[in-house]
Structures are given as C-alpha cells and as structure tokens.
Design a protein around this ligand. Structure first.
Ligand code: NI
Length: 169
C-alpha cells in the first residue's frame, strides 16, 4: 500500500451532537486498512484539533466505524477495533466532557488505569495502557464506539443534574 506523498489539507468535519442516532449505534468493525482509512484518520485528527478535543470517535463525525483517535497527555494514537482488556478496581472521579455534548462537564467516575487493545491504521496490533486522563480517554472513546456516551456513566444526583441540563439525555 503506497502512502500518498502529498497531504491535502483537510477541512474538519462537523461534530455530531447528542440526539444524532449515529452516537447511539454500535460501530462496525474496521476490516480494510487502506488509503481510504488513512484519509478518515486524517479527517478525524483535523476535526478533533479544530474542536480542541483530546479524543474523537468516528461516529462523532457520522462514520459508523470502530475507530478512534486521541492526543491526550502526549499519547497520540489511532485505534481501530478497540477492546478494553483491563480496568483497575481503583477509580478516579473528575470532570469529563465530550465534543458531542458541547458546553457541559460532569464529574464522572472511571477506572484509574485501563488497557485497550486494537489495531493501528495499518492493521498492526497495538496495546495502550494508561492512567488518569489517558485511562479516562481510552474508556470514553471505546464507549462511543459501543453507542455509549459518558452521561450514561453518571449516577445519583449528578445524573439527575445532567438530565436537567442536557435535554437529549
Ligand atoms: Ni466524547
């Protein structure tokens, strides 16, 4: 597979907002690792940076493919077909937001450490282990590809508050 020598500047795609059914749809596995996938990855990074995010799942730009990108605390990665293989029992609670629920942040409890396995954009197997914000990002983006958003992880008073503030929850 030849890589393109010249990179076209990518126009970022609009971020789908909660209420769009694509965010509630389990993504299809990525099976072909070709130039079209590389283009999608490029588009996803451009869209994520434009929106000042640290992670973006493909369904957030309307593509139902099991693929996310991240640039979180020095961890820059492309993960296709992500699967969480480890979550620590120790948790963290901190403000979490999502480009698809713009304007909101809610304290969200997640595992403190997480491991995700998947494939990179060439199809090679990869494994990423992270702690803190990186672990939060791995869990958040993998959730997206299963049709979940972080608001689903809330409980009790915070969940009630989120329901009151975010209309489409
Ligand atoms: Ni998100």
């Amino acid at each position: 597979m030849a890589k393109r020598q010249t990179k076209r500047p990518r126009k970022p795609a609009p971020i789908r907002q909660l209420g769009d059914p694509v965010l509630r749809t389990k993504a299809d596995p990525v099976t072909v690792f070709d130039d079209a996938l590389a283009d999608t990855v490029e588009l996803m990074f451009a869209s994520m940076y434009e929106a000042r995010g640290v992670g973006l799942a493909a369904n957030q730009i309307g593509l139902s493919q099991a693929l996310f990108v991240m640039d979180c605390e020095e961890v820059v990665a492309v993960v296709a077909n992500p699967r969480i293989t480890f979550l620590s029992e120790e948790t963290q609670t901190g403000g979490e937001g999502c480009l698809s629920v713009s304007g909101h942040t809610f304290p969200t409890t997640r595992a403190l450490r997480a491991t995700v396995v998947g494939q990179d954009q060439t199809g090679a197997p990869i494994e990423i282990t992270g702690e803190g914000e990186v672990a939060r990002c791995l869990q958040h983006e993998t959730d997206h590809l299963n049709g979940k958003v972080y608001l689903d992880r809330l409980s009790g008073d915070v969940r009630r508050q989120a329901r009151a503030e975010v209309e489409t929850v």
